[in-house]
Design a protein around this ligand. Sequence first.
Ligand SMILES: Nc1ncnc2c1ncn2[C@@H]1O[C@H](COP(=O)(O)OP(=O)(O)O)[C@@H](O)[C@H]1O
Ligand SMILES: [Mg+2]
Length: 249
Amino acid sequence: MSLLEVRSLNLFYGSKQVLFDVSFSLYEGEILCIVGESGSGKSSILYSITGLLPPSARREGKIIFSGEDLTALREKEMRGIRGSRIGMIFQEPSSYLDPLFTAGLQVEETLRSHREVNDYQEAAIGALSRAGIPQPEEKYSMYPHQLSGGLKQRVCIASAIICDPQLLLADEPTTALDVSVQKRILQLFKSFKGEGKSIILVTHDFGVVAEVADRVIVLKDGRIVEEGDVFTIFDSPQHQYTRKLLSAL
Ligand SMILES: Nc1ncnc2c1ncn2[C@@H]1O[C@H](COP(=O)(O)OP(=O)(O)O)[C@@H](O)[C@H]1O
Ligand SMILES: [Mg+2]
């Protein structure tokens, strides 16, 4: 069953159109990778889904999440969904984390804004642990500057999963990390998929695609030029642009 269905999405920033008739589905327990060069519109697709767009932006089309059209919701209703039923992970954990608060409090904050539980600290430590952080009790009280890039990204992942969202959106989440850390984070995404979560992972790196994708969308200048399961994309890419991206691997 499809958890998310994007139908004929057009996106404009002012008078400039950056997404053209983008349509795709995402199924339960599936990892979909969106691949394309810088500027092709990958992040814009994620921002269109979450509604985190600048005031100049205008969307056309439908974004059906669990049977509900997100484009028809008010900002207040979207705030209830973001962080709760849709988790987000970004490229630069440092720009997302607040240097003045401990890792644990920041993870707790996401939970506080959506749920009432008895013990927030215990829940945050649990999320840090599920995000693959060793000694989570210790890391709970550490500040971002005391953590490595890989750990900071895991804190962001903990924050993204603490409310147990059905959908995870990740925008180049491993680009700033070295290869071994990258592998472990991708492993974590596969384990979330094993729990039945659906994931959209944006990347310009076909190495990442090979590691985790079930299905792939290739984006060029705001248009989907190719879509298929990961084996077909690697074995017989149809579009010259896909072959060019693959040759960079
Ligand atoms: N806030 C914005 N205002 C105007 N143009 C933007 C804005 N954000 C992105 N763009 C433009 O939209 C296009 C797609 O950008 P983006 O979605 O960030 O691509 P990608 O994530 O693939 O690098 C680019 O041409 C970019 O310059
Ligand atoms: Mg981007």
